[in-house]
Write a protein that binds this ligand. Structure first.
Ligand code: AMP
Length: 481
């Protein structure tokens, strides 16, 4: 189950949390369009509303008002190619002997099956096949024996993989980021409370201030009265594994992630793309919207060096067509690209064009667009790409494609160029990515472009000493300190 999602948690002083949660889910809508939900707590009980809809459709008149309480968590879930199943919509909520739990999860565990089998063997009944429920059951069990912080630490020592979580235990809201910091999570301050969210754009929407990112391996506990928060560094690792693709494609350009404004990172990558593989053409054109900031940086760098290029938004996007990526068949994906994008012929006819996108995954978008540009009269089409070739699948929460579907998994750059019918093709280097992010490669997850994973995944290679929990042993060891 690949869960690429948006999470949020809020604690306020004396106003209901549901409306600000709803607004912040709007700000995180790009992180998931399959379902949206909010769970609040009023000091006595939980209130929950979760629907298989976009945020705007999920909450009807009166729904927000019925979600009482000054604390709560929210979630938007990304559609996966497989099952669209309401059992996996979140926040996941459960009541157990010592209270209630709500969980919103972004990421993907790689050892959920093992923990699940063990818990099922002890009599835990599961209602979904998602890994979030596994975390909930494990935490619920630990909470019967220990205080909140130790219970979370024990759960953390058992789960392996990628997770940014907002959790609500009774009326306490927590934020937790996995020890590698694979998915983003940040803390914000509001006038009358605190918020934990996947991206800082959600904090901006609430007129709040970004305090800082949650650190890899850190637990944040918001005071239930909205007056502050405590933090606990529960696990320390030598290296992080921040997902570079968040910066390249997934996150909003106006978000600040791990200290970097996403928009500036993308523009900077565009500049580096010019420096590494610039080609003189009449126009530089982004694939909207994902290629826009790369193309503006690329064109600016070209112009700085005296190249006579024009930045042209020559592809018109129909904003009412959903993401082409999630269409189940190749035929539908090709049709959807054509529905979604149409060239403005005067910007293309008789011109040489550099087409810029953030990534090539299956190659559908670039193949279709290059053909369209030729049909519209382009003389040459050169493709430049803001990420290195994607050669391996993501098990950490980005629903990318299978290895067989990835155009670069078994082709050289020249073979891909031939396949997509471009006059030339160049990808950005891995070094440029690390440089633009201001991070050492050892602190980034670049598994989809290297095939080397920061987690221990069956059948895949890893690039580090991975501390994979062995289920029964490690739990008690970790709980002792
Ligand atoms: P493709 O057409 O399969 O080569 O996919 C490339 C296009 O999909 C680019 O325009 C990307 O911006 C976009 N894209 C890349 N990764 C994803 C993803 N995980 N989900 C949805 N779209 C994506």
């Amino acid at each position: 189950m690949h869960e690429k999602c948006g999470v949020v948690g809020i604690a306020l002083q004396d106003r209901d949390a549901a409306r600000p949660l709803y607004y912040s889910l709007y700000a995180l809508q790009h992180r998931g369009q399959e379902s949206a939900g909010i769970v609040t707590h009023d000091g006595f009980q939980q209130h929950s509303h979760v629907e298989m809809e976009l945020v705007g459709d999920a909450f009807g008149p009166g729904d927000i008002e019925s979600l009482n309480g000054t604390v709560g968590i929210g979630h938007v879930r990304y559609p996966t190619a497989g099952s669209v199943d309401s059992c996996c919509a979140q926040p996941f909520s459960v009541s157990f002997k010592s209270g209630s739990l709500g969980l919103s999860h972004n990421g993907n565990l790689v050892n959920a099956r093992e923990i699940r089998d063990e818990l099922a063997g002890q009599g835990h009944a599961f209602t979904s096949d998602g890994d979030t429920e596994v975390i909930a059951h494990d935490l619920a069990r630990n909470l019967l024996e220990e205080d909140l912080v130790r219970a979370v630490k024990r759960t953390m020592s058992r789960i392996h993989g990628s997770y940014s979580l907002t959790i609500m235990h009774d009326d306490t809201v927590l934020g937790l980021r996995d020890p590698e910091g694979n998915r983003p999570l940040c803390i914000g301050k509001l006038e009358d409370g605190y918020v934990i969210a996947s991206e800082s754009a959600a904090i901006d929407t609430l007129d709040g201030e970004l305090v800082r990112d949650v650190k890899p391996g850190e637990l944040v506990v918001l005071h239930s009265d909205g007056t502050g928060f405590d933090t606990y560094q529960l696990i320390d690792r030598e290296h992080a594994a921040h997902c570079f693709f968040e910066h390249v494609y997934f996150a909003r350009p106006d978000s600040v992630i791990d200290g970097e404004l996403v928009y500036e990172v993308r523009r900077n990558l565009g500049r580096k793309l010019w420096a590494e593989s610039g080609v003189d053409t009449d126009v530089v054109m982004p694939v909207p919207d994902s290629g826009r900031s790369f193309a503006s940086g690329y064109a600016e760098a070209a112009q700085d060096e005296g190249a006579d290029v024009e930045f042209a938004e020559g592809l018109m996007k129909n904003r009412y067509v959903g993401r082409t990526f999630i269409m189940p068949t190749q035929d539908e994906r090709e049709r959807a690209v054509r529905l979604k994008l149409n060239p403005i012929k005067s910007t293309v006819a008789g011109k040489t064009v550099t087409l810029i996108d953030d990534s090539i995954v299956r190659g559908t978008t670039s193949t279709q667009l290059i053909q369209l540009l030729y049909e519209s009269g382009a003389e040459e089409v050169h493709m430049r790409v803001g990420s290195p070739p994607i050669v391996a699948p993501c098990y950490m929460g980005i629903d990318m494609a299978t290895r067989e579907e990835l155009i670069a998994s078994d082709r050289s750059v020249e073979e891909i160029r031939d396949e997509i019918q471009a006059d030339s093709l160049a990808y950005i280097s891995r070094e440029a990515i690390a440089d633009a992010l201001g991070k050492a490669s050892a602190d980034l997850c670049m598994a989809c472009v290297t095939g080397q994973y920061p987690y221990d995944i069956d059948g895949e290679e890893t690039d580090r000493e991975v501390d994979r929990p062995t289920i029964a042993g490690e739990a008690s060891a970790a709980a002792d300190d």
